[in-house]
Design a protein around this ligand. Sequence first.
Ligand code: NAD
Ligand code: 0WE
Length: 258
Amino acid sequence: MLDLTGKNALVTGIANNRSIAWGIAQQLHAAGANIGVTYLPDDKGRFEKKVAELVEPLQPTLFLPCNVQDEPQVEATFKTVQEKWGKLDILIHCLAFATKESLSGDFSSVSLQDFAQAIEISAYSLISLSRAAKPLMTEAGSIVTLTYVGGARVIPNYNTMGIAKAALEMNVRYLAAELGAQNVRVNAISAGPIRTLASSAIGGILDAIHHVEKVAPLKRTVTQIEVGNAAAFLCSDLSSGITGQILYVDAGYEIMGM
Ligand code: NAD
Ligand code: 0WE
């Protein structure tokens, strides 16, 4: 059965109650995992307070600031994991960023700065977090990241994020090949479009949702909890033979050609 008791799980990417990472954290907790949470710190600390209140019911035993653009902060995060937990079993990478300008309009209009930032935060960060997690995953491990079909096929307006997701998906394969020797598995969940708080600011997300509701075999989108259940599977011993894969949790949308 799906059982994560005795496993230490570090979850990145919780911003609010709509975050996919929040759905994942809830389902890992429900399966018995010990939860640690990292959040993106802001100057005023408002974000920290909101996330802390949200995750309180999961009784996280770690709650740490971690901006992936700040390498010392990444190292400090895993140093604390080492000191407080001793070992790490599960790492959830659930973060991405591209500027609004690079998520609409002509694909070719993106600046090098915006392109590089999207790759750094959305793709390179899986490498830096995995590197820091590697020495702590002493009793096997599971790393799960979140991707989108826009990294494999053209989705209008996803633009720069599509290239970042293509890089992320290839990172999954190279990391799986490297970390397999120490029984650490690396997989991605390709989630269908989900309405999150930021989606109101990005017009393309709503179009993608309406399209999936029409076309996907299940005639609906997926929920954060459904993604969380798939993540719990990929973090459990039930998936012990699976690594380097992209698992579509998208109401079947990916199979459709029209
Ligand atoms: P979200 O806004 O709730 O999550 C994005 C997270 O990234 C936030 O918690 C934010 O704080 C974090 N973040 C941004 N920059 C960071 C930085 N420099 N350092 C650390 N954290 C940083 O939105 P979401 O939709 O839950 O996105 C989570 C993941 O799921 C992303 O990888 C996204 O690409 C992926 N995804 C989303 C959808 C969707 O439709 N919402 C579909 C498929 C995949
Ligand atoms: O990966 C994503 C979006 C991640 C994301 C969200 C934001 C909003 C706020 C990255 N960067 C930012 N930057 C911000 O300023 N998704 C899979 C959701 C998404 O985004 C789209 C989509 C879908 C689906 C953008 C255009 C078209 C479809």
